[in-house]
Design a protein around this ligand. Structure first.
Ligand code: SAM
Length: 206
């Protein structure tokens, strides 16, 4: 069983800002990336290999997604630079120490199309407060979506938050993925009726 070897122990999810991500790894990484809702994790599996000196923390409550990811990374040796959490990412985010994460990635979050469900969208002011507390000053919040209504929503929510600044300077900055970008499965597939993929990079103010 791979999950027990890589999962974050339940007693570390305190929601009390006392979890140092460094304590989850047996080496000193150059940075910490926290991916929220990695789906089947194909992108994350590639990212681990692309950046062996970075530590990755992935949260995905969907058990089929978690098993697909674990199957993908199983081999002679498990990668030493990943830890996973098969549940809601928010209690875990609340557990991390202040200024402890270099980058949060929220890629193609569930759109919750109906107006009465908008409050369930993961990008909202309450969660942005949590993200801004744990992201190091100068660190990044990376979001993608191809859902028109959600593009506007995420840009509006993140722009109105006092701790984040949109780094885009020209249209190409949000229309094109950056160099070395690894697409998610959803992104490669493209959804029916979807708009163009948008790449939204917000910096945590210094
Ligand atoms: C539309 S899928 C996108 C999956 C993947 N990021 C991709 O682009 O292929 C959204 C994912 O977010 C996960 N998710 C939803 N709410 C979450 C939460 N609170 N914490 C962690 N993951 C969540 C869902 O289980 C689902 O796998």
């Amino acid at each position: 069983m791979t999950y027990p070897k890589l999962c974050i122990p339940e007693d570390k999810i305190t929601k009390e800002a006392d979890l140092d991500p460094a304590s989850l790894f047996a080496f000193e990484p150059e940075k910490f990336i926290f991916e929220i809702g990695f789906g089947n994790g194909e992108r994350l599996a590639q990212h681990l290999k692309q950046e062996p000196k970075t530590s990755f923390i992935g949260a995905e409550p969907f058990s089929n997604g978690m098993s697909a990811f674990l199957k993908d990374i199983e081999g002679e040796e498990l990668p030493n630079n990943v830890r996973v959490h098969m549940d809601d990412a928010i209690p875990l985010a609340k557990s991390f120490k202040t200024d402890s994460i270099d980058q949060i990635m929220v890629l193609n979050p569930d759109p919750w199309h109906k107006t009465r469900h908008h409050k369930r969208r993961i990008i909202n002011q309450d969660n942005l407060d949590i993200f801004s507390r744990i992201i190091k000053p100068g660190g990044m919040l990376v979001m993608t979506t191809d859902v028109r209504d959600l593009i506007e929503w995420m840009v509006t929510e993140a722009t109105k938050h006092p701790d984040f600044t949109w780094t885009a300077e020209e249209v190409a900055d949000w229309k094109n993925p950056p160099k070395n970008w690894i697409p998610t499965r959803y992104e490669s597939k493209g959804a029916k009726g979807a708009d163009r993929m948008h790449y939204l990079f917000f910096q945590r103010n210094k």
